[in-house]
Structure formats: C-alpha cells, structure tokens
Design a protein around this ligand. Structure first.
Ligand code: GTP
Ligand code: MG
Length: 210
C-alpha cells in the first residue's frame, strides 16, 4: 500500500479551525458548504480528517474513546481555490458515559444532520476490522430519512478505515463484507498510509459541488 500522490484537486492550500459547538445553539452560521464525518468512538474520524487536510494534528486525535465531544468545524481551501468546511462529529456508541450524556450527544448529532442547510455529504466511517455494527446501521438509516430543512440531497459516503491493520490478503474480502452489509459502495482508507485519500476527496468534491 503506497501513499497516494496528492493531485491539485486534493492539495490543501490552507486549513484552519473555525468553531466548536457543544449544543445546537452554538453552531456557527451556515455560510459555507459542509461535509461531516461520523462514526463510532475511536473509529478514526479525526485521524481521517487530518489525513484529508494534510495536517498532523489540526483535528485532535486521542487513544481515549469519546475524546471528541463537540461538533468541530474546519475550513479548507484546496489547490484550485475551492473551499469546503469539514465537520468532525462526536463519536457515538461510547458505552462508558451516562445514559443522559449519551442521549444529549445523540440529539446534538441528529439535530445537526437533519437540520443543517449547508450540509451536502456525510462520511460514515467504519472500522474495517469490526464491520458494520448496530450504531452504524442507525446512522445510515438516519441519513436516509428526509431532512427537516430544504436542502439538496445528502450524499452518504461509507468509508472503511484502518485498512493498514489488515493483511493485504484480507483487505478485499473485508471491504466487500462492509459493502454488502451497508448496501452502498465502500471506499477503503488508511489514515496511517494515506491510502484512499485522493478517491475520497474526489467523491467529497462531487458531493459538495465544488
Ligand atoms: N493504524 C491505524 N490507526 C488509526 C487509523 N485511524 C486512526 N487510528 C488510531 O485510532 C485511534 C483513534 O483515532 P481518532 O482519530 O482519535 O478517532 P475518533 O473517531 O476521532 O475518536 P473519538 O473522537 O474519540 O470518537 C488513534 O490512536 C489513532 O492513531 C488508521 O487508519 N490506521
Ligand atoms: Mg475524534
């Protein structure tokens, strides 16, 4: 597995933190087109975003599950001047928190996904070694429900990450398994090696219309 060479369409001219919101009332005004990154705690959401943004640690990465507790917004300017906001969502399915805390999280994520007018795509991130789990199915179902606001159709991109953790001989088989379970195309990814970065940018740009 070799690192993809960044094309001008996925080169990053600038990337910066914009805002973090712990409640729906704290969301920044919906001014730029957004793509959001969702998945179970510790699946590798923040790492994948750093990889896309060609930054080591702009988005906070932690070995402690449930580290990302806010919705965080990052503005990116690409090689050709196109602009896109990347949104890091809190991880779901972290059992060690209280029920009340978990339901507050769920309503924050759901409120954002259903109500954000500038949202164009959601990357549903799956750990390729674990496959599609109940929480992931819930997310895919939520993404397929009509939004509460008027906006162009949302694109769901299923990405199976941590591909580097599987031997080459298993990668294709496991990707196929995730694809079958999700009923959607699946992109393989590794934040460790950068595998899948360019194809994902291509899909994100198409979904965002940039
Ligand atoms: N080998 C390998 N490790 C990864 C990859 N992506 C993430 N990790 C590791 O997995 C752990 C969790 O990564 P994060 O990016 O913080 O995951 P997250 O989904 O943002 O986690 P929360 O914000 O807590 O929900 C870290 O130790 C990362 O270094 C990958 O593609 N390959
Ligand atoms: Mg995170």
């Amino acid at each position: 597995m070799s690192r993809d060479v960044a094309s001008p369409l996925s080169a990053i001219k600038n990337a910066e933190f914009v805002a973090a919101a712990a409640a729906l009332g704290e969301l920044p005004p919906p001014l730029a087109v957004e793509v959001a990154f969702a998945g179970r705690s510790n699946v590798g959401k923040s790492s994948l975003m750093n990889c896309l943004l060609s930054r080591k640690s702009l988005v906070r990465v932690s070995s402690t599950p449930g580290c990302t507790r806010t919705i965080s917004f990052f503005a990116a300017e690409l090689g050709d001047g196109a602009r896109l906001t990347l949104v890091d969502l809190p991880g779901y399915g972290f059992a060690r928190r209280s029920k009340a805390e978990r339901s507050a999280w769920a309503s924050l994520i759901e409120g954002y996904l259903i109500g954000r007018v500038t949202l164009r795509a959601v990357v549903a991130i799956i750990d390729v070694r674990r496959g599609l789990e109940a929480d992931d199915r819930d997310l895919l179902e939520l993404l397929a429900t009509p939004p509460g606001v008027s906006r162009p159709p949302l694109t769901t991109l299923v990405v199976a990450t941590k591909l580097d953790k599987l031997p080459l001989s298993k990668q294709k088989i496991e990707l196929e398994r995730v694809k079958k379970a999700a009923g959607l195309p699946v992109l393989g990814f590794s934040a460790e090696t950068g595998f899948g970065r360019d194809p994902l940018w291509k899909r994100l740009r198409a979904a965002a219309g940039i």
